[in-house]
Every structure is written in structure tokens, then in C-alpha cells.
Design a protein around this ligand. Structure first.
Ligand code: ATP
Length: 334
């Protein structure tokens, strides 16, 4: 895969893995029939003046509620959609003007749909990817061997894509996105619907790739654990505007968000009281304890377990919508 190296060039991130957006807008015009001969025009500002920079090698979370403008941004960053205004550069390239050239620098993975050939075995899909991107044989085999090993694809190479489980298919898609050594990887909900083991595998792989090759990652997800484990920086978009750019802890602090400890005791108990947590609900022997999302759950778990016999315990992370709603509630109105 791509070696860490510094390239010279005209733009700030010329020829490497940087992303720059300056006042980028995307306005969709909808035409509606309002009568036999009458039509009305309605504008949707899907992206409404967004500016940010992602440095080569950064892993950044891009989150927001449904309809916020995330997919529209990613589509502009791949060149599928042209912006209505503003300036975009990905690896120094204007995506809408040079989509084919850009394709050699980016990889895209959609958790909810595959870019592989449905009826072909993974092995054949990868051969097609190699031809499409004209990847030299040695480089292709080196990258493929690495992906097969790290993503545990060895036993699946001769299986048609339609017979793969969701987790296997996503792993197959991630490998396909990396065979041509892209400097930048866009991941759109890569862990959606995956079981816990597959999620851990996918996250571990992305960390390895980033550490080894300095791959820039822009990650869209509704799973805050993805962000917590992969991204030091998170950007929040809502109604087409960037409303937060900072750490996940900072976002939790702003939103005073909480994670929930769900504890099953051996018997029905009165609501437990332990420092750093408050019991928000009880149902028979089960109790729900809220703790601040930026605090460690370990002392609370230890305190609960020290005094009461436990049968089971799980932790529920706050979801993106909750965190953003809480953040708004705390922002001064203006
Ligand atoms: N081709 C299109 N024509 C008209 N409106 C569109 C089009 N694509 C997106 N929109 C609108 O733009 C807004 C942003 O949509 P977008 O798909 O970017 O959101 P999102 O943040 O990716 O949401 P989700 O999390 O649901 O995928 C929405 O109001 C959507 O209805």
C-alpha cells in the first residue's frame, strides 16, 4: 500500500491525502406539480456553506441527524455531485472537474450497499478492481494479501458476494476500496448492522491501515463507539451547517450526555446509590444507571459489584441524535 511520503506541489495538500472545503454549498431544486399546468420550485439547501480542512493521515468523524447533509458532502467529495458554490479540493484535485483522476486517490465504502459484483466470487471482484484501476501486479498482490490476512477473508475468496453475511460483505468491500492504495478513505456507516465481533475487526483494521499508511479517513456513522475508538476529531453537521468541530469528549461535555449502565441483579433491590451514577429506571431485578459519557464506567461498575451480586451488565452509549439534541439545549439561543 501507499508508503508514507511527502510530495511537493502547488496546493497545500497537492497530491496527498488532504481535504479542503471552503464555503461549500449544495442546493437541490425540486419542481412540484401544483396544478394541471402549474409547477412550483422549491430549494433544498442540503449543504449550506461548509468550511473545514482535514490533514493527511487524520481520522475524522462526520456525524449528524438524518437529512443533515452528510451523504451530499461525501458525494461532492467523490465528484459525483458538483457543488452549487464554494471550493473543494481533495488531494489537491477539484473532484467535480477531475473525477476519474481523483478516483485513483480515494476509496469509498458504503455499509448499506456494496460496490462489489453481486454474482462474482470476491476473488474475481478484486481482479476487476485491479483492471479498473490498473494496479501493477506486485502492488495488487501485496495489498490483497495484507487485506485478506487482516480482514480474515481467506476462506471467503471463492464465495459469491450474494452469499456473504453482512459483516463478511463489508469486510470484502473495505478490501476492494484499498487495493489501489488510496490516500483517502470515505466510510459511510461501515459498521451498521454488524455484530460486535465484526465491528471490533473492522475498527482494528482501519486503525492498522491508518497507522501503517497514514491513510486519511472521513467516517460517517451513527455509532459513537466508532468515533470514540477511531477518531480524535469529530465534526457535527446539522441542516447543512457545521455546528461542532472538536473532540468527542468536548461534544459530550457540551451536551452533558450520559451513557447508561444496564445492570441485572440476582434479586429485586431498591434503587442502588453509588458515587458518579444515578439510577434512572428499575424493572424487577434490572436497573438503569446513568453516568456522564466522558467519565469512566469502571469505578461505578466496581462499586455496584462490590455491594450487590450481579448476574449481567451492559453499557448503552448515547446515540448521535441524543448528543446533538442535548448540545442544542445547552447552547445560548440567538
Ligand atoms: N438528489 C436530491 N434531490 C433533492 N433533495 C435531496 C437530494 N439528495 C439529498 N437531498 C436532500 O438534502 C438533505 C440532505 O440529505 P443527505 O442525504 O445529504 O443527508 P444525510 O445527512 O446523509 O442523512 P442520512 O443520515 O439520513 O443518510 C435532505 O433534506 C435530503 O432530502
Amino acid at each position: 500500500m501507499r508508503n508514507k511520503q511527502h510530495h511537493g506541489g502547488r496546493g497545500r495538500f497537492e497530491n496527498n491525502g488532504g481535504i479542503e472545503l471552503e464555503d461549500v454549498e449544495k442546493v437541490f431544486t425540486l419542481r412540484r406539480r401544483t396544478g394541471v399546468l402549474r409547477r412550483s420550485r422549491e430549494e433544498v439547501r442540503a449543504v449550506d456553506g461548509i468550511s473545514f480542512t482535514v490533514a493527511p493521515g487524520e481520522m475524522v468523524g462526520y456525524i449528524g441527524p438524518n437529512g443533515a447533509g452528510k451523504s451530499t458532502t461525501i458525494k461532492m467529495l467523490t465528484g459525483i455531485l458538483a457543488p452549487s458554490g464554494g471550493r473543494l479540493r481533495v488531494a489537491g484535485i477539484d473532484p467535480a472537474r477531475e473525477r476519474i483522476r481523483l478516483a485513483h486517490h480515494i476509496g469509498v465504502v458504503y455499509g448499506q450497499r456494496t460496490t462489489l459484483w453481486w454474482d462474482l466470487p470476491l476473488r474475481d471482484s478484486y481482479t476487476l478492481v485491479r483492471r479498473l484501476y490498473r494496479v501493477p501486479a506486485r502492488r495488487f498482490h501485496r495489498n490483497l494479501d495484507r487485506c485478506v490476512e487482516l480482514l480474515d477473508l481467506g476462506a471467503l475468496m471463492d464465495t459469491p458476494v450474494r452469499q456473504l453475511s453482512l459483516g463478511q460483505r463489508v469486510r470484502g468491500d473495505i478490501a476492494a476500496a484499498l487495493l489501489h492504495d488510496p490516500a483517502i478513505l470515505y466510510l459511510d456507516e461501515p459498521t451498521i448492522g454488524l455484530d460486535a465481533v465484526s465491528k471490533v475487526k473492522v475498527r482494528g483494521f482501519l486503525q492498522d491501515i491508518n497507522a501503517e499508511h497514514n491513510t486519511t479517513v472521513l467516517l460517517t456513522t451513527h455509532d459513537l463507539t466508532d468515533i470514540e475508538q477511531l477518531c480524535r476529531r469529530v465534526m457535527v453537521i446539522d441542516h447543512g451547517r457545521l455546528v461542532y468541530d472538536g473532540t468527542l469528549d468536548g461534544l459530550h461535555t457540551l451536551g452533558e450526555s450520559e451513557r447508561t449502565l444496564i445492570v441485572d441483579f440476582e434479586r429485586v433491590l431498591p434503587p442502588v446509590t453509588v458515587p458518579g451514577a444515578r439510577t434512572v429506571k428499575t424493572d424487577g431485578p434490572r436497573q438503569w444507571l446513568a453516568i456522564p459519557a466522558d467519565a469512566s464506567a469502571a469505578p461505578v461498575v466496581a462499586a455496584v459489584a462490590a455491594h450487590h451480586p450481579l448476574v449481567d451488565l451492559s453499557i448503552r452509549e448515547p446515540d448521535v441524535e441524543d448528543v446533538i439534541a442535548a448540545m442544542y439545549a445547552r447552547l445560548p439561543r440567538g
